[in-house]
Design a protein around this ligand. Sequence first.
Ligand code: COA
Length: 124
Amino acid sequence: MHGGGRRGRRDVEAAPPEPEGIVWRDVKGRFETLDGEAFLQYHHLIGGGGGAVMDMVHTYVPRSKRGQGLAALLCDAAFAHARSRGMRVVPTCSYISDTYLPRNPALKELVYKDQDPHPKPSSM
Ligand code: COA
């Protein structure tokens, strides 16, 4: 017999956008695993019109943990973060531009467009 029905709202509204096991470390400009060994590094930029932009510069996963989708999880967290804060993304990291985005085409709408004024460094 199944429980049948809704399980209540739980804390969906308060839940952070990060997938389980991934943490946001704003001070380091990283999304990373709990042990900090795998990470996605970003910088904040200011886009045309003053919009916030995340330049995702580097993704790293230790050799022993590669090929299991860990980099994709880090990207899921970073893109969810950008979307929830209305930020656009510059996919400087080749893993993001060449592998992650082609596999997640719905996220391309978050990409900062070439024809937009070039984003400037931010002090955020
Ligand atoms: N550019 C684009 N795609 C890459 C890549 C790169 N430099 N390195 C690996 N990939 C692809 C692989 O071809 C693989 O494809 P497959 O699924 O068809 O086998 C896919 O990424 C694996 O995806 P996922 O499991 O989510 O990634 P991962 O956890 O193995 O980590 C990297 C991928 C790139 C983060 C990891 O290989 C790494 O740290 N490499 C060294 C640093 C680096 O080159 N970073 C990217 C440039 S900033």
